[in-house]
Write a protein that binds this ligand. Structure first.
Ligand SMILES: Cc1cc2nc3c(=O)[nH]c(=O)nc-3n(C[C@H](O)[C@H](O)[C@H](O)COP(=O)(O)O)c2cc1C
Length: 189
């Protein structure tokens, strides 16, 4: 079963290593029967409950994009041992207005790359906590923490280390299994 996965990149940096990782996952995804499409978050204004009565176009587009995919993948850096503010902002938009949480029941997975030794582990724990509160069933295992070394992934997503590429394929396959278990085999978007 091929599932469509919408991904958020939690970095706005033009040289983002997490965007390289997202590009790599997009290239490898067909080997795990997944199709990855980006859900952009960079243009979202700051969430404010004043918007709840009449969501702006950016907020509606985000919620519609989530509705159209089978699952959500978050590829994020670690900022000060947590997630970047604009990623949290996107999740806040997705979970509101009250009673219309776009992440509820939507299978998800988290992954991230850092130049540090623990490869976004602390940020991912924070993110798991947020997704749990948002009622999104998360892929629990395997976890995926990438320590990024120069040249590991090219700008267009070619993984230059075979063991890393295989790890990412296996991780994507586990995500496919998680989506299937959560949604059932007949529900691909
Ligand atoms: C504001 C800020 C905070 C950071 N905090 C952490 C951190 O807590 N842990 C870590 O491993 N790296 C941290 N870094 C370094 C990032 O891992 C590194 O900048 C990485 O390239 C960010 O991902 P990106 O290239 O996808 O934007 C921080 C970077 C910035 C700009």
């Amino acid at each position: 079963m091929t599932y469509t996965v919408g991904y958020f990149v939690g970095s706005l940096s033009s040289a983002s290593i997490n965007r390289k990782l997202a590009n790599a996952l997009t290239r490898l995804a067909p080997q795990a029967d997944l199709r990855l499409v980006e859900i952009p978050i960079a243009e979202l204004p700051f969430y404010n409950p004043d918007h709840d009565a009449d969501y702006p176009a950016e907020g509606r587009a985000l919620k519609q994009a989530i509705k159209l995919v089978d699952a959500v993948l978050i590829v994020t850096p670690e900022y000060n041992r947590s997630i970047p503010g604009y990623l949290k902002n996107a999740i806040d938009w997705a979970t509101r207005p009250w009673g219309d949480n776009s992440l509820a029941g939507k299978p998800s997975a988290v992954i991230g790359a850092s130049i540090g030794a623990i490869g976004t582990a602390v940020a991912q724990q924070h993110l798991r906590s947020i997704l749990s509160f948002a009622a999104s069933p998360e892929l629990a295992q395997p976890e995926a923490y990438l320590t990024f070394t120069e040249g590991l992934i090219t700008d267009d997503g070619e993984v230059t280390n075979d063991a890393t590429a295989q790890f990412l394929i296996d991780w994507l396959k586990a995500f496919n299994g998680h989506i299937q278990k959560t949604l059932g085999p007949a529900s691909a978007a």
